[in-house]
Design a binder for this molecule. Structure first.
Ligand code: GRF
Length: 197
């Protein structure tokens, strides 16, 4: 049974997709052992509570440096026996300490077709604003391994999504989440849990 630790920072719709996929059997041989929020009061923590999944807030503000924050997250994940860390809409920096301790065992969902619209500064709604600004006809989402290059790790899965005329960044973000993120993140977890990757 693969033990998963999920990192969240916002509404938690990607966390919910994982929870639902485990409940429905789309993900087998895996369980979420902890949800770590980057700040209190985010709805993702409510989603964990609703499903009796242990959660904790480990906020950057509580630490003197990014390194100390990073090691606190690492120690927590190790104490929970997490074997895979999933960044699900997580906006804090994942540092080299955590990356080295969980080498090739951290995955992230990015809301574009990497290498487009990724790297420093490209997160959340900003990604979709850039895609609309460039005028691409296709965008999508990517699940990749997290390494020390921002959004630069090996790509595991991608799914394309059509950009439609009249799309606003919000409309496009929602379509990318519904049609791509919430599908490929659970699929990647299931493939890892069952040694299909
Ligand atoms: C969304 O922009 C998603 O594309 C990105 O993180 C943001 C929030 O996701 N991965 P969630 O609803 O908190 O999972």
């Amino acid at each position: 049974m693969l033990k998963i630790g999920v990192l969240v920072s916002g509404g938690g719709t990607n966390l919910q997709a994982i929870i639902d996929a485990i409940d429905s059997g789309k993900i087998t041989n895996a369980e979420i052992v902890t949800v770590v929020g980057s700040r209190p009061g985010i709805y993702a923590l409510k989603r964990a509570e609703n499903h009796n999944i242990p959660s904790i807030v480990i906020s950057r503000k509580s630490y003197d440096s990014a390194e100390e924050h990073d090691m606190a997250v690492c120690r927590h994940m190790q104490s929970c026996g997490a074997e895979l860390i999933v960044m699900a809409g997580y906006l804090s920096i994942v540092g080299s300490g955590l990356i080295r301790a969980f080498e090739n065992r951290i995955i992230n969902i990015h809301p574009s077709l990497i290498p487009s619209f990724c790297g420093p500064g490209f997160y959340g709604i900003k990604v979709h604003e850039a895609a609309l600004e460039r005028g691409v006809k296709l965008t999508g989402a990517t699940v990749h391994i997290v390494n020390e290059v921002c959004d630069g790790g090996p790509i595991l899965l991608q799914k394309a999504v059509e950009v439609k005329s009249g799309d606003t960044p919000e409309i496009l973000q929602r379509r990318v989440m519904e049609e791509a993120e919430w599908e490929i993140l659970p699929r990647a977890i299931d493939m890892i849990a069952n040694n299909k990757l």
